[in-house]
Design a binder for this molecule. Structure first.
Ligand code: C2E
Ligand code: CA
Ligand code: CA
Length: 400
């Protein structure tokens, strides 16, 4: 028994209207039936939730294989009315009579398993395990405290400098959120962003980070520390909500930050969720003067035909290519290719995760524009960043 969620169905339904949403749902169900294997029963049990009953299933290994095939099939885009739409799938599995002996407990178990599958990022499958019950209760507690954290103002923003290699100066910083949890201490984004995405709370958190970072960048400028651009990560959920442009306008106007000092970091997969609509939105943002960067570049589609259509100013080479830049010739070749390609498309390029002086000198030789990483500084609280900026302003004054 599987419970299957094609959870992003709700999105095109809301953005593109019921008709397209419903056709997408139908196409998804057809594709699912095609790839489900043969003598099974498939039923839709909720908005974007399906149940698949497999009789005479094989071992866990063969079920896993079947799930992976189904997920791969569901990850391929659906073309509906000229819109290229992406769904994806999370699958929870309960096995009769190994873990459940009646229908209701099978449904409950596959529900718990699908919850885990979604929590671990989606597009994967999980077998029900008896310890999942405990995890779900913990998750619920975390979800409740995450909601409260927004009102209790428990989020803090750390800033990680980016250094321009032509001037050797910090010209911008990336805002990275942390949760100052009352009992668990300072939590990194990996501990709460997936949950915040799943529950939709990421939009509120993202807005908070955006507003705080813009206010901060404006303050640095007023303090005579120069024009420091602030980069803010945008989540897919914020895009799906459909009011990104209004939010940015409002924040820029209340914080009085000049638009060219705000950069938004987004990923290819986020843009690809609804390419036409998102490209239009990005063009709107860019026409306001806001900078756009493509984060984690090299890990997603990285298709040239798409890339030339994305209205972005900067490519951010993913840390995975930089980590072994000095040891792995393939990584070095890819990095060089990305830098050359970015430049021929008139884009800037930044490498993230630069940890050693060797990385830096290789990237300099490759004419990379900027770097970010522990070599320059870890993400630090505002007060520490202020010290770095003061030192830089002091040096600038001496140099002139
Ligand atoms: P990201 O956008 O790729 O951010 C870079 C991550 O790499 C950060 O992790 C940073 O601390 C880490 N990093 C930077 N330089 C180095 C290095 O030299 N070596 C190593 N090993 N790591 C380095 P962090 O702060 O844990 O953030 C993780 C992810 O959480 C971010 O990945 C971003 O996707 C997400 N995130 C953080 N803040 C926000 C936010 O305000 N909104 C949204 N939507 N996502 C956020
Ligand atoms: Ca980022
Ligand atoms: Ca990144």
């Amino acid at each position: 028994m599987f419970t299957y969620y094609a959870r992003r169905w709700l999105l095109p339904r809301r953005l593109l209207g019921h008709e397209i949403g419903d056709r997408l749902l139908k196409a998804a169900a057809e594709r699912m039936a095609q790839h489900a294997g043969g003598q099974e029963s498939l039923a839709r049990v909720g908005g974007d939730e399906f149940t698949l009953l497999l009789e005479n299933h094989g071992s866990e290994g063969s079920i896993s294989q079947q799930c992976q095939q189904l997920i791969n099939a569901m990850k391929k885009p659906f073309l509906i009315d000229g819109h290229e739409l992406l769904l994806g799938a999370s699958i929870g599995i309960s096995i009769f009579p190994d873990t459940a002996k009646e229908a209701q407990s099978m449904i409950n178990q596959s529900d718990m398993a699908v919850y885990q599958a979604k929590r671990s990022g989606g597009n994967n499958f999980q077998f029900y395990r008896s310890n999942m019950r405990v995890a779900s209760v913990e998750q619920l507690a975390l979800e409740t405290s995450l909601r409260k954290a927004i009102f209790k103002n428990e989020f803090v923003v750390h800033y990680q400098p980016k250094m321009n290699l032509a001037s050797n100066r910090i010209t911008s910083v990336e805002a990275l959120v942390r949760w100052q949890h009352p009992t668990m201490g300072l939590l990194p984004p990996a501990d709460f962003i997936p949950l915040a995405e799943e529950t939709g709370l990421i939009s509120a958190i993202g807005e908070l980070v955006l507003e705080r970072s813009c206010r901060q960048a404006h303050k640095w400028q007023k303090q005579g520390l120069g024009e420091i651009c602030v980069s803010v990560n945008l989540s897919a959920h914020q895009f799906r909500k459909g009011n990104v442009a209004e939010t940015i306008d409002r924040v820029l106007s209340t914080t009085e930050l000049s638009p060219h000092l705000l950069e938004l970091e987004l990923t290819e997969s986020l843009i690809m969720e609804d390419m036409e609509q998102n490209i239009e939105l990005l063009q709107q943002l860019r026409s306001r003067g806001v900078e756009l960067a493509l984060d984690d570049f090299g890990t997603g589609y990285s298709s040239l035909s798409y890339l030339k259509r994305f209205p972005v100013d900067t490519l951010k080479i993913d840390r995975s290519f930089i980590m072994e830049l000095d040891k792995n010739p393939d990584d070095a070749a890819i990095t060089r290719a990305i830098i050359d390609m970015a430049h021929s498309l008139k884009m800037n390029v930044i490498a993230e995760g630069v940890e050693t002086a060797d990385h830096l000198s290789i990237l300099r030789d490759m004419h990379c524009d900027s770097i970010q990483g522990y070599l320059i500084s870890r993400p630090v609280p505002e007060s520490e960043l202020l010290e770095l900026l003061h030192t830089q302003a002091y040096r600038d004054a001496i140099d002139h």
